[in-house]
Unconditional design. Structure first.
Length: 386
């Protein structure tokens, strides 16, 4: 039926080309914004989906910003079910004069390798990282962005850690460039890992021996809840009470410190949807009012009430679908050409499903009232202008 009546629907939609053009432009802009907002929402909601199910993060119970002491490491290794334990301390360094830099973490090299087999690097570079006190390894994406090569010295101005001599400038020698084991991990290869040796030795005396958080790799992923509960039980009512959670929950919790991103994105999306609902509803109502005599003629020619109903709904669907297709197409182009320093933002399957649902709801909301009016139209009244 749609193919049969498509020329009629298309002609009706573009009967007023200027009005339809402006409406389409507004719909395109609205769906462009909707697509970008939901792409951000999808990124924050699924950005940690790829993380290992067999890793737990042990942080201080009060806040992940409060570091834990290194002396806890053997106690964590003694918990039944724990396979490997690593440490990670956020460094917070600024490279050059860039405000938005890249994440850096001070780690013990071999423990990093044991707990994160997803990072792939030549054996000689792993050995160099282990043996070089001021060594650092960087992800391939980061190395490509700055043109770094093995042996380069990278100065970082830490806004958190001060050296014993009062300086905040730390110099790190690049001894390795790592990749991700698959495409998803390769997208995350924009991190820098620093050797814990120089970090702990050079910082002020009161900060020595702090580990930040611990990364616990469990032998059986299904055993993770029990291991997490056991860790927290062992350190309960001590000076180092812990909060242990899986890696995905920790990452999402870190992101949510900036606010409930999902709620913010959905709230803005709701405002955008309401705006295009009013705009498109007005356009469709005006279009049907102008064509009341024409609709009466269609009924005279044998078009049933139900056919007229579907013709108006098809016109609304075509208008919304065209605006959505143009807007999402622009969103896909924009996200595909973002600079390398931006996160991997793209309208994924969830975003397209969201937009498809939005098109259907919008079509029903703006098309059904005028379609029902057209269906109930009496030929005599319409032709008489009543």
């Amino acid at each position: 039926m749609l193919r049969k009546y498509l020329p009629l629907v298309w002609g009706s939609l573009f009967r007023k080309k200027t009005r339809t053009g402006f409406t389409l432009a507004s719909l395109t802009a609205a769906f462009l914004l909707l697509g970008l907002l939901q792409a951000v929402n999808s990124l924050f909601n699924s950005g940690a989906d790829f993380l290992g199910a067999n890793r737990l993060i042990v942080q201080a119970k009060t806040s992940f910003t409060q570091p834990l002491p290194m002396r806890m490491l053997p106690q964590l290794e003694a918990v039944p079910g724990v396979e490997r334990v690593a440490t990670s301390q956020f460094f917070g360094g600024q490279y050059r004069d860039e405000r938005a830099g890249f994440p850096q973490f001070a780690v013990i090299p071999q423990r990093l390798r044991d707990t994160y087999p997803e990072w792939v690097m030549p054996e000689d570079q792993w050995r160099a990282f282990v043996s070089t006190q001021d060594g650092a390894i960087v992800g391939r994406n980061l190395a490509n962005k700055y043109g770094w090569r093995l042996g380069d010295i990278v100065p970082l101005n830490s806004f958190i850690w001060t050296k014993a001599d009062g300086s905040r400038i730390w110099e790190w020698r690049i001894v390795g460039i790592f990749d991700g084991r698959d495409a998803k991990w390769q997208e995350q290869a924009g991190i820098m890992y620093l050797h814990y040796g120089q970090f702990d030795e050079a910082r002020s005396e009161r900060a020595k021996g702090l580990a930040g958080v611990f990364i616990v790799r469990v032998a059986d992923p299904l055993d993770s809840p029990r291991v997490a509960a056991e860790i927290d039980r062992r350190f309960a009512n001590s000076a180092e009470e812990t909060k242990t959670q899986n890696e995905q929950d920790f990452q999402l919790g870190f992101l949510r410190q900036f606010g409930d991103i999902g709620f913010i994105m959905n709230a803005i999306s709701g405002a955008v949807f309401f705006t295009i609902l009013i705009l498109t509803g007005f356009t469709m109502s005006q279009a049907v009012r102008e064509r009341i005599p024409e609709l009466a003629v269609l009924k005279c020619l044998g078009f049933t009430d139900r056919t007229v109903l579907w013709l108006v709904l098809a016109e609304a669907l075509l208008l919304c679908a065209l605006g959505a297709a143009l807007g999402m197409g622009l969103a896909a182009v924009i996200t595909a050409h973002l600079p390398p320093e931006f996160p991997p933002l793209q309208p994924d399957r969830r975003v397209w499903l969201f937009v498809t649902a939005a098109v259907l709801v919008l079509t029903a909301a703006v098309g059904l009232p005028p379609a029902l009016r057209a269906m109930r139209l009496k030929i005599v009244d319409a032709l008489a202008g009543r």
